[in-house]
Design a protein around this ligand. Structure first.
Ligand code: ADP
Length: 265
C-alpha cells in the first residue's frame, strides 16, 4: 500500500511541479494582489486533500489494531482525496493550457447526443444519486466541435449539478436548433445562482457560497467550460429556472457553414 501511495505521491508532485513551472512564467506578468489571492486559493485546494490523505495514511501506520471497517473508511478517504487532488491538478493544467493559448480545438462533425452519452457515462459515479433526463432530437444537426473539449464541458456541468442539487433530484439535458445555432441546456433542481453572481461564476476561483468550499470543488470548472466553448466558437451562460428552483447552463454553438460557392466551385 505504501509503495503504491509513494508512487502516486511522486506522480502528483511531478504534476504540481509542472503546474508550478508553467504558472510561474504566467504569474510573473500579473499583479501581485491577484497572484497572492490565486496562490492562497491554490495552496488551500492542494493542502486540504493532502492533509486528509496524510491523516488517513498516518493513522493506518500508527495503529495496528484497526477494524476492517475503519480500515476501509481510511482507504476510501485516501482514494477519494487523491482523486480530488488529481482532478484539481488536471483542471489547473487545462486552465494553464487555455491561458497560454495551447488549447487548439481539434474539430470534426459530431452528433451532440453521442457526446452527451459519453459525458454521462464518465459522470456515472458522481451522478449516481441523481436522475437524468435527456431530450435531444435524433435529427439534431451535427456540429463541428472537438469531442474531447465538449465532453469535458458537459462533464464539468454535470459535476456541478451533482454537487449543488440535492440527491434524488433530476438533471435535464436538452438540445434544439435556434436561428442557425444548436442550443444545449443543462438544468438542475438545486438552489440556483443569485442574479448578481450569474456572470461571476465564470471567473477563476469564484464561488457563490462560503459553504461551496466544503464540496470537492475547484472554482475552475466553469471558467474552463467558458474557455473551451469559446475556443469552439460558441458561448456559454448561466441563468435560473423560471418554472422552479434550479440553475440552467446554456451552450450555444453555430451550425457548421454549408458549403458555400467557393467550396462547391
Ligand atoms: P466549483 O469547483 O466550485 O464548482 P465552478 O467554476 O464549477 O467551481 O463553479 C463556480 C461556482 O458557481 C460554484 O462554487 C458554485 O458556487 C456556483 N455553481 C456552479 N454550478 C452551480 C449549480 N449548478 N447550482 C448552483 N450553483 C452553482
Amino acid at each position: 500500500l505504501f509503495d503504491a501511495l509513494a508512487d502516486q505521491a511522486a506522480v502528483a508532485i511531478e504534476r504540481i511541479q509542472l503546474v508550478a513551472d508553467v504558472d510561474k512564467a504566467r504569474l510573473a506578468a500579473e499583479a501581485d494582489k491577484l497572484r497572492s489571492a490565486l496562490l492562497t486559493s491554490i495552496s488551500h485546494d492542494l493542502k486540504t486533500p493532502l492533509a486528509a490523505i496524510m491523516g488517513a495514511a498516518g493513522t493506518m501506520r500508527d495503529y495496528s489494531a484497526i477494524s476492517e471497517t475503519d480500515r476501509a473508511d481510511l482507504l476510501a478517504t485516501i482514494v477519494d482525496e487523491s482523486e480530488r487532488l488529481n482532478r484539481f491538478i488536471a483542471n489547473l493544467l487545462d486552465m494553464t493550457r487555455l491561458e497560454s493559448g495551447a488549447t487548439e480545438p481539434n474539430t470534426s462533425l459530431h452528433y451532440v447526443g453521442d457526446i452527451v452519452g459519453s459525458a454521462l457515462r464518465r459522470a456515472e459515479k458522481i451522478m449516481a444519486g441523481h436522475r437524468t433526463e435527456i431530450d435531444i432530437p435524433r435529427d439534431l444537426p451535427m456540429l463541428r466541435i472537438d469531442p474531447v473539449l465538449f465532453e469535458q464541458v458537459l462533464f464539468n456541468l454535470l459535476d456541478n449539478a451533482a454537487k449543488y442539487a440535492p440527491s434524488g433530484s433530476t438533471v435535464l439535458i436538452r438540445a434544439r436548433t435556434d436561428d442557425g445555432s444548436v442550443v444545449l441546456d443543462v438544468l438542475d433542481e438545486g438552489p440556483g445562482i443569485p442574479p448578481q453572481d450569474l456572470e461571476r461564476v465564470f471567473d477563476t476561483f469564484y464561488r457563490v457560497r462560503k459553504t461551496d468550499h466544503v464540496r470537492a470543488g475547484t472554482g475552475l470548472g466553469l471558467p474552463i467550460c467558458r474557455g473551451f466553448v469559446e475556443a469552439m466558437g460558441g458561448t456559454i451562460s448561466a441563468a435560473n429556472r423560471r418554472d422552479r428552483s434550479g440553475a440552467v447552463f446554456t451552450i450555444r454553438l453555430p451550425l457548421p457553414a454549408t458549403a458555400g460557392p467557393e467550396e462547391t466551385k
